[in-house]
Write a protein that binds this ligand. Structure first.
Ligand code: SAM
Length: 149
């Protein structure tokens, strides 16, 4: 995943027609393994969401209190805005310096963001910062879900 830690790589990708809409697994493929982690009372953060429909499908099924879906790419976020509602919000946000409240989320869902950042030349520092941000925004006993391949 060379260059995947570079925001400009993703802006270029999402502004072209050849980007993959869904990395690794779709919501339907993952559902049976993860659905039991989510409750209606949850606040959920989908970090590095890109153009994945995961947050929309999750909300349609679980009706979580609030699903915030973020990405560093303004283009991807803009593409997702058409799906926004009072309970599902799409925001441009840097996962390494999140514009999110402390201890606000019950669940952080990450399909591909950790993997992208872990390609950085400064991998150790970048991942340390990323994990500290996730810890900061998660409630005590909150969950970090990271499906990968
Ligand atoms: C491998 S893609 C996964 C996209 C989506 N989650 C999916 O499952 O299809 C990695 C995503 O992480 C985003 N990303 C990379 N660096 C980021 C950062 N520092 N903050 C937030 N998002 C970032 C990219 O823009 C890209 O959308």
């Amino acid at each position: 995943m060379q260059g995947y830690d570079n925001p400009q790589y993703w802006e270029n990708k999402y502004s072209s027609a050849d980007h993959i809409d869904e990395w690794y697994y779709s919501y339907q493929q993952l559902k049976s393994q993860i659905i039991h982690y989510f409750k209606q009372t949850d606040t959920v953060l989908c970090v590095g969401n890109g153009t994945s429909t995961f947050p929309i499908e999750l909300y349609n099924e679980v009706k979580s209190e609030l699903v915030i879906s973020t990405d560093i790419s303004a283009i991807a976020t803009q593409q997702m805005q058409v799906h926004a509602s009072d309970c599902v919000k799409f925001q441009v946000d840097d996962a390494l310096n999140m514009n999110q409240k402390d201890q606000f989320f019950d669940i952080v869902f990450d399909k591909g963001c950790f993997d992208a950042l872990s390609t950085s030349e400064n991998r150790d520092d970048v991942i340390k910062k990323f994990v500290s941000e996730i810890q900061r925004v998660l409630k005590q006993n909150g969950k970090y879900l990271l499906p990968s391949k």
